[in-house]
Design a binder for this molecule. Structure first.
Ligand code: GLN
Length: 482
């Protein structure tokens, strides 16, 4: 197999025994990019393959010489960071995000930035101001979103590993639709310093990889406390690679009733049911549970997330960042005009919809009815999880109700788009970790993913279940024909 098709772990072994060098991987990836990027369009702008790799295989970092890509909302010094929005056109990051600093320190080679829904608002990558990314398994279908560029890039073997961000499912849903592994860590596990904020009480950065081992490897590099993100938690980072090897005997996994009801595609249901049987044969015991407030999750999310987004995105007004429409203001009314025109021209339709909704739910007279009430229901959703984790170690669900949908299929109906995150949103509201792992294919050959949810800071348990499942299945080894 060509080097671009290998995992980070496999490449590490080749670097160690001298059978390959990082420069070889870069040249293979460049060829792969030239062959498939035109079809997939995973990148936000052309990557750099001319990284200085001299000496990288001899270093001792966990990702020494391993190519990585990052989502366009993560800052890398000197690189455009535009969140695939016209309003950030020309904005160049003045510093590295903590995750980028950590990747670099571990020896990773950052190739470039991947396409995404504008400001991470979306589930299909179709709201990018550049172009939609396509699903490598079927170019007429979406890769999911908002980290669709990162997931498609990994699935198409245009990178070895990737980072995405997840506010309501943006790592897990596209990972599921592209047949790769995506982890949204516990809120506070990974620093968001240098991530352009969408909804600050929900956002997390996490790894997107070809298999579970690579995912654990990348998380161990990027996790940990950072004084520059006040929400980052000062807890030791476990040795995920070691912990995940422990066997599954005695592990108790809950299956929530509310996740297998109306709206789920029968093929998705079947794939998750088969996965459950496989896990049962590996020593896992299952029990049915209820997460009774699940039905409110989408509504609560679209209040909390839009409210926070309207506040976070107020800073994009033509003064400090990116785009400015109209001449530099001389008097107060010209200044207001500049704000208005910049925001009118700079934001796309979905961003405007969210900012208007978010401003509305926070406005005086409506705050109690919407934001405050949503915050209370959010608490109930968190308590649902707490209760289940008294008796169970993990929760197993589908990641997305359907496999990849067609480009354009949901763009005219925001509500149907929002419903594609119905299984992923609750975990962001609760702050708990969750990951998507490939668990099958539809008859049409589209990947299906299952979601594993765990206790706060229990990422090692998620990896353990995922790793043993993966060792006993071969879904992750299949590749799209491009
Ligand atoms: N698709 C969801 C949304 O549109 C989640 C996005 C995300 O996690 N960034 O908000």
């Amino acid at each position: 197999m060509k080097l671009h098709g290998l995992t980070a772990w496999e490449l590490r072994l080749r670097f160690q025994d001298g059978s390959a060098a990082p420069a070889d991987v870069l040249s293979d990836l460049k060829g792969r990019y030239q062959a498939v990027e035109e079809k997939v369009r995973a990148f936000a702008r052309p990557p750099h393959f001319e990284e200085d790799v001299s000496g990288s295989s001899s270093g001792a970092g966990a990702l020494q010489g391993i190519p990585a890509v990052i989502k366009d909302n993560i800052c890398r010094q000197g690189d455009p960071t535009e969140c695939c929005s016209r309003i950030l056109k020309g904005f160049v990051a003045p510093y590295d995000a903590t995750v980028v600093e950590k990747l670099k320190k571990s020896g990773a080679l950052i190739l470039g930035k991947t396409n995404m829904d504008e400001f991470a608002f979306g589930s299909s990558c179709e709201t990018s101001c550049f172009y939609p990314t396509r699903n490598p398994w079927d170019l007429g279908r979406v890769p999911g979103g908002s980290s669709g560029g990162s997931c498609a890039c990994v699935a198409a073997d245009e990178t070895i590993v990737a980072l995405g961000s997840d506010t309501g499912g943006s790592i897990r849903q596209p990972a599921s639709l592209c047949g790769v592994v995506g982890m949204k860590p516990t809120y506070g596990r990974v620093s968001r310093y240098g991530l352009v904020a969408f909804a600050s009480s929900l956002d997390q950065i996490g790894p997107i990889t070809k298999d579970v081992r690579d995912n654990a490897l990348v998380l161990s590099v990027i996790a940990g406390h950072d004084g520059r993100d006040a929400t980052s938690v000062d807890l030791p980072v476990p040795d995920y690679l070691k912990e995940m090897e422990k066997d599954l005997k005695g592990m108790r996994v809950a299956v929530p009733r509310e996740y297998f009801v109306e709206g789920i595609d029968p093929e998705v249901r079947e794939a998750v049911t088969q996965a459950k049987a496989k896990l049962g044969s590996l020593g896992v015991t299952f029990g049915e549970v209820s997460l009774p407030h699940t039905e409110y999750a989408v509504a609560v999310y679209y209040i909390v997330a839009t409210a926070e987004a309207s506040s976070n995105l107020a800073r994009f007004d033509g003064v400090q960042y990116g785009l400015r429409v109209a001449a530099a203001p001389e008097d107060a009314s010209a200044l207001i005009g500049m704000y208005k025109q910049t925001r009118d021209k700079g934001f796309g339709a979905e961003a405007k919809r969210r900012l208007i909704l978010g401003t509305y739910v926070l406005s005086s007279g409506y705050y109690d009815a919407y934001y405050l009430r949503a915050s209370k229901v959010r608490r109930l959703i968190r308590e649902d999880f707490d209760k289940v984790f008294k008796d169970f170690d993990l929760i197993l669900t589908p990641t997305s109700p359907t496999p990849a949908f067609r480009l354009g299929e949901k763009t005219d109906n925001p509500l149907s788009m929002y419903l594609s995150d119905i299984y992923t949103i609750s975990t962001n509201l609760a702050g708990v970790p969750a990951m998507s792992v490939p668990c099958g294919f539809s008859k049409a050959g589209l990947p299906i993913g299952m979601q594993i949810i765990g206790r706060p800071f229990g990422e090692a348990d998620l990896y353990r279940l995922a790793f043993h499942y993966e060792q006993n299945t071969s879904w992750h080894k299949q590749k799209p024909k491009l």
